[in-house]
Design a protein around this ligand. Structure first.
Ligand SMILES: Nc1ncnc2c1ncn2[C@@H]1O[C@H](COP(=O)(O)OP(=O)(O)O)[C@@H](O)[C@H]1O
Ligand SMILES: [Mg+2]
Length: 279
């Protein structure tokens, strides 16, 4: 029963991953552009006049205390939540506010959720293969040549995520960190242009965190990557530009050193820590 439910879920995820031939136009600007975006839940402004620009190939870290609106921001980009006002563009050609979740995913926006969606009983290789089979352009026309290309792509992704040696082991035996990498690998099978990753190192060991830092920094340049993360040490290890979200809008933006010395950022973080201690 559980397996069937997850199969159905998986299918839904796959629907989101089907790429279409509509190249992103970044000749005249950023790959992702949010302007004056606001969304309220029962009168509470979770996102409040948010402006955000991500360049093509950039690795951006988004930090901010609990409730700052980080996950809601990703929900808006991926079409899960519709903002009340504002503009959201993918390159200069695609107005994301006119599109639904599967359409947005098909443009090449991949999102990694915290909850893993790998098939435990299937091997690492088979999980990657399945992620590819979601590509409905390929599946109906599967020939010896395309299946050769898929195998090559799987090998490439296995190397990227550091699971070459574990390719034939069931996903169920992977460590928490390795599962997260497999998950990223499954997104990479679709060659996304923009990857959104929510709290990738939660629950990871130091060593897994280091490996994840290498993985994400290695992806930047080939695709744009937006990482939402709580762990400051981790952010420091990968960050180029950091955006600090607070109460649904940008509080500060710059290098990790710049933002961590910003008195407003210090105040918000100290405040958040004090809250957590009380809670
Ligand atoms: N679907 C929703 N309905 C009502 N409130 C929501 C919903 N989604 C998020 N919120 C609220 O919006 C705020 C921002 O949440 P979230 O984006 O999850 O923050 P973060 O990811 O930065 O911790 C929180 O106060 C949260 O309770
Ligand atoms: Mg969140």
């Amino acid at each position: 029963m559980n397996f069937l439910t997850s199969l159905a879920d998986r299918d839904r995820v796959f629907d989101f991953l089907v790429p279409v031939d509509s190249p992103v136009d970044v000749r005249h600007g950023p790959i992702l552009y949010l302007e004056d975006v606001t969304v309220s839940f029962d009168g509470f402004r979770a996102i409040d006049r948010l402006n955000l620009t991500i360049d093509d190939g950039e690795l951006r870290c988004i930090i901010g205390p609990n409730g700052a609106g980080k996950t809601t921001m990703m929900d808006i980009i991926t079409g899960k939540t519709r903002p009340d006002t504002g503009r959201v563009w993918f390159g200069s050609r695609h107005d994301l506010l006119t599109m639904n979740e599967p359409q947005i995913a098909s443009l090449g926006i991949g999102r990694k959720f915290q909850k893993p969606t790998t098939f435990e009983a299937l091997s690492v290789f088979e999980n990657l293969e399945l992620a590819m089979a979601a590509d409905k352009r390929i599946l109906p026309t599967l020939t010896a040549r395309t299946s050769g290309e898929i195998r090559e792509r799987i090998e490439e992704v296995l190397t990227t995520i550091g699971l070459v040696e574990l390719r034939h082991r069931p996903a169920g035996i992977l460590s928490h960190g390795q599962k997260q990498w497999l998950e990223i690998g499954m997104l990479l099978m679709q060659r996304p242009r923009l990857l959104l990753v929510d709290e990738p190192v939660a629950g990871m060991t130091e060593q897994e965190m280091e490996r994840t830092a290498e993985l994400l920094t290695g992806l930047a340049g080939k695709q744009s990557v937006v990482v939402v993360e709580h762990d400051m040490g981790f952010v420091r290890s990968i960050a180029r530009t950091v955006t600090v979200l607070h109460q649904g809008s940008v509080l500060a933006e710059g290098s990790m050193n710049q933002v961590s010395m910003d008195p407003r950022v210090v105040e918000v973080y100290l405040g958040a820590e004090a809250d957590e201690e009380v809670a």
